[in-house]
Design a protein around this ligand. Structure first.
Ligand SMILES: CC(C)(COP(=O)(O)OP(=O)(O)OC[C@H]1O[C@@H](n2cnc3c(N)ncnc32)[C@H](O)[C@@H]1OP(=O)(O)O)[C@@H](O)C(=O)NCCC(=O)NCCS
Length: 192
């Protein structure tokens, strides 16, 4: 368990990552109206905006319990919310996993990569993670590209990664350790 205050903010050159809030409901609602947006993620598009109220409370409770930290990603200059990113504890000691999404109107601007790099630094430095894992649906080539840009090592294909409409979706699984993360970014300064 990790004790991180709710007002903790992570900063990058262009972005600010802060705890989720009910003010993000439009962001989540709008993103999840795009056809196929949720296909690569476990959660399904909400049918009613009210569904997002207990989800937000659950995210904040998990943060307070120190088991999962879900951040809203904002463009710092304009305060525009553009996506979400989270890091959550796994059952193996010292292992945390991350996941992300960016609103379709803001994709392909490097935001997922930039936010993930900072979240991974937070994971290794503040949460003392020894290893961070990530996975994407085999078909999800933009997620695969982000994961490659972050220096993750491919580990295996999991034929039953997660369930969508009751059917298993195969995933590729990856991991990275603290020293590998630091070495990767020392050697790849041009990525961001
Ligand atoms: C995956 C996702 C988070 C990427 O966010 P993003 O902010 O667009 O990511 P970035 O801009 O940092 O990088 C995207 C990379 O994918 C590449 N890309 C985009 N579409 C692609 C495609 N169809 N095939 C291969 N690569 C693609 C971009 O060119 C870019 O790579 P580059 O920097 O080498 O040019 C975003 O597409 C998303 O939210 N998708 C829906 C939710 C989802 O699937 N989340 C991930 C679950 S594992």
């Amino acid at each position: 368990m990790s004790n991180i205050p709710l007002h903790k903010v992570l900063k990058t050159d262009r972005l600010r990552l802060r705890v989720v809030s009910l003010s993000d409901i439009h962001l989540v609602w709008s993103a999840s109206r795009y056809e196929g947006f949720n296909d690569g993620m476990v959660w399904d598009p909400p049918l009613d905006k009210k569904e997002m109220i207990p989800v937000t409370s659950k995210n904040i409770k998990a943060w307070e319990e120190g088991v999962a930290f879900t951040f809203t990603i904002e463009i710092a200059e304009s305060n525009t919310p553009v996506g979400r990113i989270d890091i959550r504890i796994e059952s193996e000691p010292g292992v945390w996993s991350i996941g992300f999404w960016i609103h379709p109107e803001h994709q392909n601007s490097g935001y997922a990569t930039e936010a993930s790099k900072e979240l991974m630094r937070f994971g290794f430095d503040d949460l003392r993670a020894s290893k961070i894992t990530i996975a994407h649906a085999v078909w999800n080539t933009s997620s695969k590209r982000v994961i490659e840009k972050l220096g993750f090592e491919f580990i295996r294909e999991n034929p039953t990664g997660y369930l969508k409409a009751g059917e298993p979706v195969p995933e590729y699984e990856y991991e990275i350790r603290a020293f590998e993360f630091r070495n990767f970014w020392l050697q790849n300064t041009e990525i961001l």
